[in-house]
Design a protein around this ligand. Structure first.
Ligand code: FAD
Length: 539
């Protein structure tokens, strides 16, 4: 196969035109092109003056590949297609009795469990929350009726934190082994649209994700694994620095010398338990701020100009960064085109926001986190758990500001910039459920964060006209942008001081989204397999 990059065509081109462009680029007769597939399709909307084009990376099969490779030897846009197929590190021997445990069934635990199952290790997966259908009902219970189930909600349950999300599937991690490709291919096998394999910024949306996690669970079970719900791990069994197993809240103990800990960033009780055992962990930077909502049409127009609303482009997204005069960075986070702001707490009497959408991304508003980076050195000194304590204080404050009924505090952008409380909504209807309480958000975050966000908004308005529009709505608070701590691991991907414990995914500080958590799950499954098979660890 040959790979061609940077092939550009107008948005409304036909399949025949794409084929013709390949034939022309390679300088061959049509009959010599046997087949082709899309590897990547993107567009660059930054230059408003020029025509918007699709930019393709394609894998093509031709009659005489060697001749074409020689012909284009000096052409950096044409070369052999790299082999991105996933190779297992090994397979479990039939006599192996020990079964690895995976704690948590979010993207990281799903991929750790799936890979271990595919290699024949028959993992036992322990998830504190409920299976996805029941969990969906509980999650809607908070959004519709203001009733929170602390063990079954947006953060906890089958599928993990990303189940009720935009399902964005891109990441900036380094991925030399193409594990990201394996994640996307498994998602497609489980029911994701095939286009996630080639569009530049793929997303799935909430509705499809729920079906996909059920299919992945079914595959793990069919391969001999077990997935147990409502099984919270409440303690670790450690002897002389070696893990021997876990204890569940029910009191049941499960023995294993290999435990993947894929907890996510919201399992504060479990983090405290680990800290109590002296498991090495350290505080790490994260970000706090608000969700901001605009009409999607404002974003589409600013980003896509005359192409706004083009059916092949869908709802536009954005990514913004600003370095404020007080030294703080303000940036957009987890932007959800055509989506809704959601109540994302897992704890009673706290308010946290996040965003989600459906595959169609056709809700009226665009939303995004608008957050300020904070660090342990500057903002929360005091040990590994200090970031969790800060999050708890801010989320409790947001609950009080919202009226102590899970409504969220909110303010219009114009009033926020002017420093006066909002008293009435304008043209933008906030989507957060169960509802918002208008006021002055200046009290909700430390003064340096408010100052930095106030300064950033007019600057962002220069990049996206309308971004600082008076009626846009800020809803608070965004506190769980990433884990506030890292459970540090060594070269063998095990805890620095508890052998057999494999901290993984977002909660351990090694991922920051669905794709990167899935990739880390694969990496950790390989580390567990190597240990069980007595293979050397890879650097
Ligand atoms: P999680 O998904 O958090 O999974 C951890 C699991 O562990 C949970 O199911 C939890 O119940 C379980 N658990 C915790 N403690 C225990 C215990 N003691 N015993 C047993 N089980 C336990 N990322 C994106 O890339 N794109 C998006 O569009 C996106 N949108 C998001 C929208 C929302 C509303 C939220 C909340 C997050 C979103 N994210 C998004 C972030 C993404 O979901 C996370 O980065 C990702 O889920 C992390 O995966 P994980 O497996 O490491 O942890």
């Amino acid at each position: 196969m040959l790979r061609i990059t940077e092939l550009k065509l107008p948005l409304d081109h036909s399949d025949e035109q794409l084929r013709a462009a390949i034939v022309q680029r390679l300088g061959i007769a049509d009959a010599e092109l046997l087949d082709f597939s899309l590897f990547k399709r993107s567009y660059d909307a930054r230059k408003k003056s020029s025509e918007l084009l699709f930019i393709y990376t394609l894998d093509v099969s031709v009659r005489d590949e060697a001749a074409l490779l020689a012909k284009f030897a000096d052409d950096r846009q044409i070369g052999p297609t790299p082999d991105m197929r996933y190779q297992f590190v090994g397979h479990a021997p039939a006599e192996l009795e020990e079964r690895p445990l995976v704690v948590g069934f979010g993207p990281c635990g799903i991929f750790a469990g799936l890979l271990l199952a595919q290699m024949g290790f028959r993992p036992i997966i322990l998830e504190r929350g409920k299976e996805v259908r029941q969990r969906t009902k509980d999650t809607w219970g908070l959004w519709r009726k203001g009733v929170l189930n602390p063990e079954s909600n947006v953060q906890f349950g089958e599928g993990g934190a990303g189940t009720f999300s935009d399902g964005k599937l891109y990441s900036q991690i380094k991925d030399p082994n193409f594990f990201g490709r394996k994640v996307l291919e498994e998602f497609v096998k489980a029911g994701a649209p095939e286009e996630i394999l080639y569009v530049n910024k793929p997303h799935i949306g909430t509705f499809r994700l729920t079906g996909m996690v059920e299919n992945m669970r079914a595959e793990i079970i069919a391969l001999g694994g077990e997935v147990r719900f409502e099984q919270k791990v409440s303690d670790l069994l450690i002897e002389d620095g070696q893990l021997r197993g876990v204890q569940l809240e029910s009191g049941e103990q499960i023995a294993s010398r290999h435990v993947v800990l894929a907890l996510g960033h919201s399992a504060r009780d479990t983090m405290r338990m680990l800290h109590g055992h002296g498991v090495f962990m350290e505080a790490k930077p994260f970000s706090v701020g608000f969700r901001i909502e605009h009409p999607q049409s404002v974003i589409d127009k600013a980003r896509l100009g005359k192409y706004a609303g083009h059916p092949k482009l869908g709802a536009a997204d954005y990514k913004l960064v600003y370095h404020a005069r007080n030294g703080r960075s303000v940036y957009s986070f987890c932007m959800c085109p055509g989506g809704t702001v959601v109540a994302a707490t897992s704890e009673p009497n706290r308010v946290v926001t996040n965003g989600m959408s459906q595959y169609s991304r056709n809700e009226r508003n665009a939303n995004s986190g608008l957050v300020v980076g904070i660090s342990p050195e500057q903002d929360f000194p005091g040990g590994p758990l200090a970031g969790i304590e800060l999050q708890e204080r801010l989320e409790s404050l947001a609950y009080e500001l919202g009226g102590c009924n899970y409504e969220a505090p909110a303010q219009l952008v114009g009033d926020f910039i002017a420093g006066k409380p909002s008293t009435a909504l304008g043209s933008v209807e906030p989507s957060y459920k169960p509802g918002v309480k208008l006021q002055d958000l200046a009290a909700a975050l430390p003064p340096f964060a408010i100052e930095a966000i106030r300064e950033a908004l007019p600057v962002f308005d220069k990049q996206i006209r309308g971004y600082a529009m008076h009626d846009a709505v800020l809803t608070g608070l965004e506190t769980r942008t990433s884990s506030p701590l890292r459970i540090t691991r060594g070269a063998d991907l095990q805890s620095l001081n508890v052998k057999g414990l494999f901290p993984a995914g977002e909660g351990a500080g090694y991922a920051g989204g669905i794709l990167s958590a899935g990739v880390d799950g694969i990496r950790i499954a390989e580390a567990v397999a190597r240990d069980l098979l007595g293979l050397p660890h890879q650097a």
